[in-house]
Design a protein around this ligand. Structure first.
Ligand SMILES: O=P(O)(O)OC[C@H]1O[C@H](OP(=O)(O)OP(=O)(O)O)[C@H](O)[C@@H]1O
Ligand SMILES: Nc1ncnc2[nH]cnc12
Length: 75
């Protein structure tokens, strides 16, 4: 991942298509925070709640459109 053009104190919304373990969102937040951004919220289209990615976000607000449980896979 690569960050450019982030100014200290800027407010950031981190958007990804999917949250599974939360590793990707955490890495993105770490990178932005190191550049001085303030993460306001995260948003994803799909959450796989059973992988508990939300718990890795240090209490950061996460908005999702669809929660997909393992039982969704076969439907
Ligand atoms: O919450 P995590 O466990 O980090 O997983 C979520 C990430 O996994 C997928 O990307 P992937 O690395 O599979 O590649 P992609 O960008 O090609 O979709 C997805 O697009 C998220 O970015
Ligand atoms: N467990 C998972 N299922 C589907 N897509 C993914 N992308 C990253 N982890 C995934």
């Amino acid at each position: 991942m690569h960050v450019r053009g982030v100014e200290h104190g800027e407010r950031a919304l981190v958007v990804d298509d999917l949250i599974a373990t939360g590793g990707t969102l955490c890495a993105a937040m770490d990178l932005l925070e190191r550049e001085g951004a303030e993460i306001v919220e995260c948003a994803c289209v799909i959450e796989l709640p059973e992988l508990k990615g939300r718990e890795r976000l240090n209490g950061k607000s996460l908005y999702v459109l669809i929660e997909c449980f393992e039982s969704c896979d076969s439907q």
